[in-house]
Design a protein around this ligand. Structure first.
Ligand SMILES: [Zn+2]
Ligand SMILES: [Zn+2]
Length: 167
């Protein structure tokens, strides 16, 4: 959505609320498309002592695949955007301020950029996900598999070795 800010640009105290949906289902992350549900975006732009403040909330439910066990899961994700917008930049170095295109604020672009930057690179279905057995590939969250406990066998061999050395 593009928001025309001309009604409030020179009006201290003026505000323009907005609410819209943003479809980011085409965005690919590591070969997957996790933002399959549209973002619900709400907020407002307010003229505070001649500075334009953009405040927005965006939320959706992500459809992810666990990095450890490979199972699909969903997670709610919410994001807050809180930034200054300006008609022109006096200080080119200040990249925290969002520049208007004329009097128009491109909200789609602002929210999309913020949302992408906030996406996690690691996704686990739960902090305690046990993952897959390296031996048989069973999902260990569903219970132990039939593989022999390798570590214990090695320990047993070591114990035996130490015993032999002692005698
Ligand atoms: Zn998992
Ligand atoms: Zn196994």
């Amino acid at each position: 959505m593009r928001l025309n800010l001309s009604p409030i640009i020179n009006v201290p105290g003026g505000r323009i609320p907005f609410a819209f949906q943003l479809d980011l289902s085409e965005l690919c992350f590591y070969g997957a498309y996790p933002i399959s549900q549209p973002l619900e975006v709400t907020g407002e732009v307010r003229n505070e002592a001649c500075a334009l403040m953009l405040r927005a909330q965006a939320e959706t439910e992500l459809h992810l695949t666990c990095d450890r066990c490979g199972q699909p899961f969903t997670r709610k994700k919410a994001l807050a955007v809180d930034t200054l917008v300006a008609v022109s930049l006096e200080d080119e170095e200040n990249s925290d301020i969002i520049l208007l295109d004329g009097n128009m604020l491109n909200l789609d672009e602002v929210v999309t950029t913020a949302f992408i930057l906030d996406m996690d690179t690691k996704n686990l279905c739960s902090e305690n996900c046990k993952g897959l057995c390296p031996g048989c590939g069973a999902n260990l969250n569903e219970g132990p598999c039939q593989c022999k406990p390798e570590v214990d066998l090695r320990l047993a061999a070591l114990t035996q070795l130490l015993k032999d050395e002692d005698s």
